[in-house]
Design a protein around this ligand. Structure first.
Ligand code: ZN
Length: 278
């Protein structure tokens, strides 16, 4: 093949696995959970990216202390890397002022998501986490239609767990033909910086029971921890030690990724057999 006929390299070909992080409503710490999951995956040696699709309240760059803007060259936009090397794309990094309100309409937002996905030089990524806007929106549908999302993690606060919100997320995911792989019950208890104890101010965590009820294969319980809040405010999320709290979810992501790699290999092999038979 002559050099000029070679197809232009598509950045997304190097992105191996995509998972979405969703919540029924805002204020449950979904973006922080996305950042923690990314950080945990990164600590395990994977190449990790975060596509911040929460365009109405993009907060990912802040949790990692990223203040610089996105640059672009002829191949597309270049994501910013966190201190430990997680690559991030966010509307915040396009705006002249970080706190500028974003009130764009659906089609514009969908266009941005497509650019973040298709026209960004992600290079090699093992795990791409997509931080979704809360609730269901055009963005959710765009991501589900445009990105090869292999599953979603849903984040809830304890008060809403008993409600319909988890069930709604599960049904929606089912409609979109994507699996809910994990449930994170965030801010489930208070990790007291005075006495060091866990205070269950909202009662006993219910994540396990709810996960079982909706047949969600993994769950995690995260605290409300003043130390964590301090680190996030300082843009030092990566230095926080979540201990083993997210291990179950991470393991489920790894298993799902391995299964999908296996399925891709089988498909490639049977395509080879077809070629030989011709
Ligand atoms: Zn206490």
């Amino acid at each position: 093949m002559a050099e000029e006929e070679e197809p232009k390299r598509v950045a997304r070909a190097n992105v191996k696995h995509v998972f979405g992080v969703v919540s029924g409503k805002g204020g449950v710490g979904k973006s922080l959970v996305t950042s923690l999951l990314a950080s945990e995956l990164n600590k395990r040696g994977y190449k990790v990216g975060i596509l911040d699709a929460d365009v109405t309240g993009p907060s990912i760059p802040k949790t990692f202390g990223i203040t610089s803007h996105v640059t672009a060259d002829e191949d597309g936009m270049n994501p910013r890397a966190t201190e430990s090397g997680i690559k991030v794309m966010s509307v915040n990094m396009l705006l002249p002022e970080e706190d500028m309100p974003v009130a764009w309409r659906g089609p514009v937002v969908s266009g941005i998501i497509n650019q973040f996905w298709g026209e960004t030089n992600w290079e090699d990524i093992d795990y791409m986490l997509v931080d979704m806007p809360p609730g269901t929106s055009d963005v959710f549908l765009t991501v589900m239609h445009q990105l090869p999302c292999e599953g979603i993690i849903t984040v809830s606060a304890p008060q809403e767990l008993v409600g319909m919100i988890v069930g709604k997320a599960v049904r929606l995911a089912h409609d979109m033909d994507v699996r809910v792989l994990g449930l994170v019950e965030n801010m489930a208890y208070f990790k007291c910086d005075e006495c060091g104890k866990k205070h269950y101010i909202f009662g006993e965590p219910q994540g396990k029971e709810i996960a079982e009820r909706y047949q969600i294969p993994s769950f995690a319980t995260l605290p409300l921890d003043p130390e964590f809040t301090r680190m996030v405010d300082a843009g030092k999320l990566e230095e926080y030690d979540i201990e083993s709290a997210l291990d179950g979810i991470i393991q489920k992501l790894e298993i799902t990724a391995a299964q999908s790699d296996g399925a891709k290999r089988t498909a490639a092999e049977s395509a080879e057999v077809d070629d030989e038979e011709e």
